[in-house]
Structures are given as structure tokens and as C-alpha cells.
Design a binder for this molecule. Structure first.
Ligand code: SAM
Ligand code: SF4
Length: 496
């Protein structure tokens, strides 16, 4: 849709009112933010050809579930030797096992509005893309989308919005409330995570009140100069408003925050360092609470968006695997998310390197879950997906690989968030809560949604998990089995 002058006017006035400069400087030190480009470049340079001994010590530190410091991450970034790389890959898998066990969490993204005042060069929703069909779902349409997602077996969503006056905080909270209110028989969405543009503390307090799980904002690129180049106008051109978005979220009481970088805009090694510095600065200001998850999407081709075809910073599959393992080793307590932007083959490999969450049966067009969706329309969505398999197929494949899919949403509903979850994760205790909740929610899912083929695969995993619970936490075993049997008899939403 074309923006009429009246629209431009409204959006311009609104943009001026969004950024609060005083909140922008609240966390800077001597007028500087926590990304020092020169320091990052020199750490990467000074750690060239790291000694084997140093790398092995770093791996050991990570295996004891300690967050690495930037110098250590920079050393890992410079490893080229195949033997050492293999050690890093298998340590990544081991760290994941110690913190998160063999569980994988699934979710679906739900795109609600693609109106946007920004002009991110890489995104099909950018304001100047006159070929993009603009749409904002009505609450009735949100209901329909939610019904379709519940019927497909989802319990967790991430809602996604462009940045625009009409999809600002009131629309965001209205749509979240609508999603939580929808039930299909006894099932509903139990956790709504949010990916929306940075807001003021005041607005984020409203966001918290709507009962969200995680609030996610990607910095896209941490490199100041590149950031400026790829965000030429709009609110998003303000680097610090975005960099400190999750600091403000914590200040507003949202203690479950998620960071990410869009790989392909600048040197991937720099972006990994940026993510580590981001985690460290959050820990520093918020009593040790770092990011709950880290995302590392690669730039995908988007319709009528030439920049998204990629340039010299395009990340190869080999480097992609490396960066996954390095993020895993650097921030052992954080969940790691890979999305359907990636192909099934890459997603499979990433699980072994330490990924903990992924989406399935994904559609990223507005209204795409409940309405018929032509191929032509699919081409006009935000970007092109690499894996469009449905939940049954993906879950069956995970089961074949020895992973149990968890639909657990207990953590934030019984207060295991923020400081509490960080300590449980760092001590390895969360793993057992998670294992029990994974089995309980997977039992529900198999009974409610699985095809016969997926059920056969799932039952095998469930038996194995139950015997591990019996062996490792014998004291809780009978209480666990009581809940398990109740679920088999038709009870729903039981958890530890
Ligand atoms: N408008 C909000 C924002 O920018 O934070 C939230 C929605 S935006 C659609 C969500 C994310 O999509 C962005 O943070 C960006 O990383 C990702 N994205 C945009 N264009 C992409 C592309 N061509 N390939 C892969 N990811 C892309
Ligand atoms: Fe708008 Fe977000 Fe796309 Fe940028 S990435 S154009 S802010 S929807």
C-alpha cells in the first residue's frame, strides 16, 4: 500500500514522541555505550592463532557452566584447526546437555501487522517497499489465527509486529489478551513471547501486565557504522534506543529478555562479540540476570529487497556452525533459538551443537495460518523460509534423533524467571524440572495431536525419559508418575 501524505504526517509526529532521550542515556558510562568497536576488532586480531592449551582450558571453563569473558570468546573465534573445532562442537553439545538435557522447545511465530515506519534495508516490511501489501489483523482475525495454531498443536507463540502508531503498545496488549483468551476444547496458548520494537519503560510496564513470557529485540548489527548504514531512517536508526531496549525491559520488571543479531550485515565474528558484551552488560546491571535466549538468524532473501540477497558478509554454513558452538560455549546458561529460516539439514546439525528452541509449521504472512495462502502471497512475506514442515513431522524427526519436544510453560507461571531461573540453569537443577515437565507436556501433545507415526516415535522417547527420571530423582518419582497418570486419564496442564 502507498502511504498517503496524511499517513506520513501521523507517523512522523508519532516517531518524535517515541524515543525518550533520558532513558537512552540511563545506562551509558561517560557517554559511551558498552560496544567499543575498536576494542572488539583488536580482541579478535590479538587472539589470532590461539594455543591449543588455551582453547582447551576455555572449553573446560564452559563445561563447568561459567560464562566466558570477551577475550576467551575472541580466542574461540580464531580456531581453524579441524581437531580443535571438533572438540568445540562436541563441548557445545555437552554444555547443552548439562544445562538443558535432551529437550527441545518448539513454538510458532505469529505475525500481526506489517505496517512500519522504519526502513531497514534488509526487510520486506520496510516503509519504502511499495510492493508490500500492508495489513494489520483485527482482533477477530487474531482469534482465527490463534485457533488455527492451537489446532496445529502449539502452546507457545512469538508475536511479531512492525513499528507503527496503529500497532503500538495498546494494539500489542489487546492482541496478546485476545490470544490468551482463545480455547479450542481444553487447549489454549500458554505462553506468548513478543518480538516488537523497543519501547519506553512506561510502555514496557503495560507489556509486562499482559502476561508475556519473553521480550525479544534483536540488535541486528552491533557495529555502529554498519547499523547506521542499514537503518537509514525512522526510529530504528537510533542505535542506543535499541541497544538498551532490554535494559529498559528489565527496569520495567520484564526479567525474561532475549537478544539476537542478524548475521550477514557485518563480520560474523564481530556480531558474536557484540552478543557476548550485551549478555555481560545485562548481567552487570541486573544482578546477574543475562539473556534468557540468544537468536542468530542469517539474512534471508526478502521480496523486492535487493539488499537482502546478501553481500560480502554472507555467513557460510561452516561459519554458521562455528558461531552456534561459540555462542553456546560463551553463554552456557542461555537458551539458543534457530528458526525455520534455516533448512531442515542445518537445523538438525544445530541441535547437536547446542540449540534449545526452534519453530515448526511456520508461516510468516499476515493471516497465513487461518486463511488460504497462495504461493504468490508467500513470496511477498517478510522473507523466504527454509523449512516449512509441520509440527508432527519435525517432532517425529527430533524423536528419531533422541530429543524430546517440550511444550513446558511452567517456568514463568510459577515464578521460575529472572534471577531464580538463572541460578537453576547455572547449577544444572533446572534440567530436572524441565525433564519432568517435558514428559508431562509431551504426553499431552502425543494424546491430543500426534499422528500414529509420530506417536510410535514419541512413546519410545517417553519410556526412556521416565526411566531416567526414576534413576536420577527417585524421591520425586512417585509424585511425578501420579501427574503422568492423571494426564493419561485426560487431565491437562499439570506441571512442577
Ligand atoms: N519491527 C520489529 C523490529 O524490527 O524489532 C520486530 C519485527 S521484525 C519483522 C523481526 C526481525 O526480523 C528483525 O529483528 C530482523 O532481525 C528479522 N529480519 C528482518 N528482515 C530479515 C531478513 N531479510 N532475513 C532474516 N531476518 C530478517
Ligand atoms: Fe520494520 Fe522491523 Fe522490518 Fe525493520 S525489521 S522494517 S523495523 S518490521
Amino acid at each position: 500500500m502507498k502511504y498517503t501524505p496524511a499517513f506520513e504526517q501521523t507517523a512522523d509526529d508519532w516517531m518524535k514522541s517515541v524515543i525518550r532521550e533520558e532513558e537512552n542515556t540511563a545506562f551509558t558510562e561517560n557517554g559511551k555505550d558498552f560496544i567499543n568497536d575498536l576494542k572488539i576488532e583488536s580482541l579478535i586480531l590479538n587472539n589470532k592463532n590461539p594455543e591449543k592449551r588455551k582453547i582447551r582450558d576455555i572449553i573446560q571453563k564452559s563445561l563447568s557452566i561459567k560464562r566466558l569473558n570477551p577475550d576467551e570468546t575472541a580466542a574461540l573465534l580464531n580456531v581453524e584447526e579441524p581437531e580443535l573445532l571438533e572438540e568445540m562442537f562436541s563441548a557445545g553439545g555437552e554444555v547443552k546437555k548439562r544445562v538443558y538435557d535432551n529437550r527441545i522447545v518448539t513454538f510458532a511465530p505469529l505475525y500481526l501487522s506489517n505496517f512500519c515506519v522504519n526502513n531497514c534495508l534488509y526487510c520486506a516490511f520496510r516503509k519504502d517497499n511499495s510492493e508490500e501489501k500492508r495489513r494489520r489483523l483485527t482482533l477477530k482475525e487474531v482469534e482465527e489465527e490463534t485457533k488455527a495454531l492451537i489446532s496445529a498443536g502449539h502452546k507457545r507463540l512469538i508475536v511479531v509486529y512492525g513499528e507503527y502508531p496503529s500497532s503500538s503498545i495498546d494494539y500489542i496488549t489487546d492482541t496478546i489478551n485476545t490470544i490468551y483468551s482463545v480455547k479450542v476444547r481444553h487447549n489454549g496458548i500458554r505462553r506468548v513471547n513478543v518480538n516488537a520494537a523497543p519501547m519506553s519503560v512506561e510502555k514496557m510496564k503495560k507489556l509486562k501486565e499482559s502476561g508475556i513470557g519473553t521480550y525479544q529485540v534483536f540488535q541486528e548489527t552491533y557495529h555502529h557504522e554498519t547499523y547506521k548504514k542499514v537503518h537509514p531512517s525512522g526510529i530504528k536508526s537510533n542505535y542506543r534506543w535499541r541497544l538498551y531496549a532490554l535494559h529498559r525491559a528489565q527496569e520495567a520488571g520484564i526479567d525474561d529478555v532475549a537478544i539476537g543479531a542478524l548475521f550477514g550485515l557485518y563480520d560474523w565474528k564481530f556480531e558474536v562479540m557484540g552478543l557476548i558484551y550485551h549478555a555481560i552488560d545485562l548481567e552487570k546491571h541486573f544482578n546477574g540476570i543475562g539473556p534468557h535466549t540468544i537468536s542468530f538468524p542469517r539474512l534471508e532473501p526478502a521480496a523486492n529487497t535487493p539488499f537482502s540477497r546478501g553481500g560480502k558478509y554472507k555467513v557460510s554454513d561452516d561459519d554458521f556452525k562455528k558461531l552456534i558452538a561459540i555462542i553456546r560455549l560463551s553463554v552456557p546458561y542461555a537458551g539458543m533459538i534457530i528458526t525455520a529460516r534455516e533448512t531442515a539439514a542445518i537445523r538438525r546439525e544445530s541441535l547437536r551443537l547446542g540449540v534449545t528452541q526452534t519453530d515448526a509449521s511456520t508461516r510468516i504472512g499476515i493471516g497465513a495460518y487461518s486463511e488460504s495462502y497462495s504461493e504468490q502471497e508467500a513470496e511477498r512475506q517478510q522473507f523466504i523460509l527454509g523449512d516449512t514442515r509441520d509440527l508432527n513431522e519435525v517432532i517425529g524427526e527430533f524423536a528419531d534423533m533422541g530429543y524430546i519436544t517440550s511444550f513446558c510453560t511452567a517456568g514463568y507461571r510459577c515464578g521460575r524467571t529472572g534471577k531464580c531461573i538463572m541460578e537453576l540453569l547455572r547449577s544444572g537443577k533446572e534440567r530436572w524440572f524441565c525433564k519432568m515437565n517435558a514428559v508431562l507436556t509431551f504426553r499431552e501433545w502425543l494424546d491430543d495431536y500426534a499422528t500414529e507415526k509420530t506417536k510410535v516415535k514419541g512413546e519410545k522417547i517417553i519410556l526412556k525419559e521416565i526411566s531416567e527420571i526414576k534413576k536420577n530423582i527417585p524421591k520425586t518419582f512417585s509424585e511425578f508418575m501420579e501427574k503422568y497418570e492423571e494426564i493419561k486419564r485426560g487431565q491437562r496442564d499439570l506441571y512442577f
